[in-house]
Every structure is written in C-alpha cells, then in structure tokens.
Ligand binder design. Structure first.
Ligand SMILES: [Zn+2]
Length: 61
C-alpha cells in the first residue's frame, strides 16, 4: 500500500495507480477502456475489435 499525504481539495495531485484495463487487440488501433467502463461485449469502442485485459499505470480517478 501507498500512504501519501492527504490531498486537499484545492491541490491538484495526480496519483498513479496500476489499473486494470482492456486494450484493443488490433496493433494499429489505440483503443482501450478502463475495466470499470468496458461494455458488456468487451469490444473496442474505436474499431469494434476484441480487447485483451492488461495492467496500465493511470491517474487515479
Ligand atoms: Zn480498436
């Protein structure tokens, strides 16, 4: 676990988290989605191809 100082509301502090995402299996496509937001059919929002799960460091939301 990471314990940083608690960010105040007015501070813009970017916290990077290892996030489960699905990325498009088409190498020519940059489409990906956070796991929380994928559609039920797990298809790429940009090209409709299948997506594969992976871990990516993303800003906490
Ligand atoms: Zn795609």
């Amino acid at each position: 676990m990471f314990y940083g100082k608690r960010a105040k509301d007015e501070e813009v502090e970017v916290i990077m988290l290892e996030t489960e995402i699905y990325s498009c299996m088409d190498n020519a496509c940059i489409g990906w989605m956070r796991k929380d937001f994928v559609t039920d059919d797990l298809l790429c929002p940009m090209c409709g191809n299948e997506m594969a799960a992976e871990i990516r460091e993303l800003p906490k939301i």
